[in-house]
Design a binder for this molecule. Structure first.
Ligand code: NAG
Length: 444
């Protein structure tokens, strides 16, 4: 289907073991004991590009290797593993050769703790200690990546001013499949933000470098920012809700929640929701979806919107007398939704019309909430980018909680550091995370 232009939600992560590549030595990281390094020095922030419509994804550009090369990665809080397209004989690599990652004697070994740690089934075994660590990751939209784990330096500029070059394991994907008829992605891979041990954040945390906290702020205007660490978290105004225990290691999820329509309770209760920045749209199970659809349709009765059946962008669309330019043209026709999380007082997530509608290139307005059961998600519910826009959303793996606050995501906030008794000499600019190549020139 046309609208599934985006991978989302990792359901399965298999690591396989074989020897497709000749084995080579991998430089071992020496994990430090995180608690001895208290307080953690810092955070890292990355500008985000992309939008919900028409692109359907948000990306971060990450420097990898030495000398560093830039990789445009889809940010995905629904999966752990970060991978880039691999310059090995490759099926499903969409990028020109010079933009692929070339492994160079830096394969992670099968016996490496990280390889064992991510293997979800109990049959992790290595035929030979020299085996490489293969992985396969499959997304809920049936896209997948198969490859081998490598370890390389990922230069990061931290908010305390230091530039680090930690050695981080990630996937080098040499066999990708993309879902359905969707157009091929323009990204080079996926940045997995989940809290499994393979994620970049978990690795930075176990190296004692950054708190195990990640947040994103996706702008409805497109763009935004992403951060690792807790420096950017506002000191007040955040609603924190405990993660579901089942969510740890797999997805970030909250619940049970009830759905409010225009501030009033609906028949939808007991929802568990996965926060998934890798999904463009929001998916409810059929039962909840049908309730929402009825509420929205009934509420439009007598208003000047007609169903637009010729717009193939999404299943449910409406047109007005004139074509619409943005959701603000139709805001008055639609009511806000909200999720109320039962376990925490005042834990409310408001989903304004901008959080569940898009205006298409045909000038129609379409419902950005989809029936997940229909595409095989069963009873899962997924809050995708559309509903996470214009909020800072923070996944705090240290305290096992998720927080959010309405934010202007168009600029990276300044941070007041009480570190070293002083602030930053200059306002925090967008050159963090992605920064100039500071490596000495390598003679060709
Ligand atoms: C910044 O933080 C990192 C990671 O915690 C630490 O290794 C580094 O020494 C710190 N730099 C400064 C200037 O404090």
């Amino acid at each position: 289907m046309d609208f599934q232009n985006k991978s989302f939600l990792t359901l399965f992560l298999f690591l396989l073991f074989s020897s497709i590549f000749p084995l080579s030595f991998s430089a071992a990281n020496k994990p430090l004991h995180a608690d001895k390094l208290h307080p953690f020095g810092s955070s890292a922030v990355f500008p985000v590009h992309g939008n919900v419509y028409p692109l359907g994804y948000y990306t971060v550009t990450l420097n990898i290797g030495y000398p560093p090369k830039l990789y445009d990665l889809d940010i995905d809080s629904g999966s752990d593993l970060t991978w880039v397209q691999c310059d090995a004989p490759c099926k499903g690599c969409t990028k020109p050769h010079d933009q692929l990652y070339k492994p160079k004697n830096n394969l992670v070994q099968c016996v490496d703790q990280l390889c064992a740690g991510v293997h979800l089934t109990s049959d992790h075994h290595c035929d030979s200690p020299d085996d490489q660590c293969d992985y396969e990751v499959e997304y809920a939209d049936h896209g997948s990546s198969l490859g081998v784990l490598v370890r390389d330096s990922i230069p990061l500029q931290l908010t305390n001013g230091s530039v680090l070059h930690p050695n981080i394991a990630f996937g080098c994907g040499y066999d990708q499949k993309y879902s359905g008829s969707a157009s091929l992605p323009s990204t080079t891979g996926v940045l997995g933000l989940g809290n499994g041990r393979t994620s970049i954040l978990s690795q930075l945390h176990s190296l004692g470098l950054i708190r195990n906290v990640v947040g994103h702020c996706l702008s409805g205007q497109g763009g935004g920012f992403l951060f690792f660490g807790d420096d950017f978290i506002p000191s007040s105004g955040i609603v924190w809700t405990p993660m579901l225990p089942s969510s740890s290691e797999k997805h970030y999820s909250l619940g049970p929640a009830e759905l409010l329509f225009n501030g009033k309770p609906t028949a939808v209760k007991g929802l568990e929701l996965i926060f998934d920045s890798g999904s463009s749209y929001t998916y409810f199970n059929s039962q909840a979806y049908n309730v929402v659809l009825d509420l929205v349709i009934n509420d439009l009765k007598g208003k000047q919107l007609k169903r637009a059946t010729e717009d193939a962008s999404l299943p449910i669309c409406w047109k007005g007398a004139k074509s619409f330019k943005s959701v603000s043209d139709v805001k008055n026709y639609f009511k806000p939704l909200a999720l109320r999380f039962k376990k925490v007082k005042n834990s409310h997530m408001l989903i304004p019309p901008e959080g569940y509608l898009i205006v298409t290139k045909h000038g129609n307005v379409c419902l950005g909430i989809l029936d997940g059961t229909e595409i095989g998600l069963g009873y899962l519910n997924i809050l995708g980018d559309i509903s996470l826009q214009d909020k800072m959303v923070i996944y705090d793996n240290e305290r096992q909680q998720i927080g959010w606050i309405s934010s202007n995501c168009d600029r990276i906030p300044n941070i007041d550091r009480d570190f070293d008794g002083g602030g930053f000499p200059h306002p925090y600019a967008a050159n963090l995370g992605i920064f100039e190549d500071r490596c000495p020139a390598i003679s060709q």
